[in-house]
Design a protein around this ligand. Structure first.
Ligand code: ASP
Length: 326
């Protein structure tokens, strides 16, 4: 069988960090990373692109689009892609790439580490090797985070711990696979629906913000926050509730053309804005400008809104982005 060709795109994060006396800063290259994991050369042929050297705290949608562009340009030439990235905003990046590469038949794995490559006890060698093992696996396709032996769908990931090496969880969805001692174990019944490849895109509309509602929050704050936006993701409470004091301002904003995406600040369970009156009244007041989500993490909701705004029909595209989540 022909050896696979895998492109490693390095963007920064702890995995490439060193402490130069003023805190950890990203310094290593993709080639440096590979030198620490010689077993990769037994698996596949590799090339590297050092795209950014950023702490992922400083990554923005511009950089996600940059990663997408590199993948697009190299899509035909490689069998799979690995993006090394800081863990702090990795779930946002994986969701954004899931939208930009919807239904990709080729695998794209994002990984990073909690401890820098080359430091004692680092999780970096295992995570990087696992990412290569995953993208070389015959059933791998679409966008996933590979971390701590877990393969998590790009649209389902959430950072769950600041220091634990098992730093990510898959929200309301089983892991696609686990990897133990180099062996991939696919979780039964998790194969993604094989939608036709959706075509690649590298555009996001960044006029989106996230409003985490708190008790007593002032309508003026929402109003200021919504200035210049095309969509506002509103994290309501519980299964689905928006305080009545915010209904008038949200209605006014929707009447003026803002899309409202309602979700919950509770990560687990389904979201249903029809159960309580406090959920229904906002949909009734704002009509077609309101979209609700069911069970995806807020990072994915946010990225899907950015992508869907670049498509012709926002509600249809938004729903497709959440459904076609591979
Ligand atoms: N601050 C780092 C980053 O997100 C943390 C990490 O990579 O684990 O880039």
């Amino acid at each position: 069988m022909e050896r696979k060709k895998i492109l490693l795109i390095s963007t920064g994060g702890t995995i490439v960090c060193r402490d130069r006396g003023r805190g950890l800063v990203p310094v290593l290259s993709g080639a440096d990373l590979l030198r620490h994991v010689p077993r990769v050369s037994e698996l596949c042929d590799t090339s590297t692109v050092d795209l950014y050297r950023l702490d992922s705290t400083d990554m923005t949608p511009v950089e996600w689009q940059g990663v997408a562009s590199v993948i697009h340009r190299n899509y035909e030439a490689y069998d799979g892609f690995i993006v090394t990235h800081g863990t702090d905003t990795l779930a946002y990046a994986s969701a954004a790439l899931s939208c930009l590469m919807r239904n990709s038949p080729k695998p794209i794995a994002l990984t990073g580490s909690q401890i820098p490559m080359g430091q004692r006890g680092s999780d970096a060698p295992d995570n990087l090797l696992d990412a290569f093992i995953w993208v070389c696996h015959p059933e791998a396709r679409g966008v996933h985070i590979v971390f701590a032996g877990r393969v998590i769908r790009g649209m389902r990931a959430r950072k769950r711990h600041t220091t634990d090496t098992d730093a990510f969880e898959s929200v309301n969805c089983p892991d696609r696979a686990t990897i133990r001692s180099g062996r991939v174990m696919i979780t039964p019944h998790t194969a993604p629906v094989r939608y036709p490849a959706a075509g690649l895109s590298d555009k996001l509309n960044t006029n989106v913000a996230l409003a985490h509602l708190t008790p007593g929050m002032s309508p003026a704050l929402i109003s200021r926050m919504a200035e210049g936006l095309d969509a506002l993701v509103v994290e309501g409470v519980g299964i689905g509730g928006i305080p009545d004091t915010l209904t008038p301002i949200l209605t006014e904003l929707a009447d003026n053309g803002l899309w409202l995406v309602l979700t919950s600040q509770v990560p687990y369970g389904t979201c249903d804005f029809t159960v309580y009156r406090v959920g229904r009244r906002i949909a009734e007041a704002c009509g077609e400008r309101v979209i609700t989500t069911r069970d995806v993490p807020v990072e994915a909701t946010f990225a899907a809104a950015m992508w869907a705004l670049t498509q012709e029909d926002f509600p249809t595209a938004f729903t497709r982005a959440l459904k076609g989540d591979m």
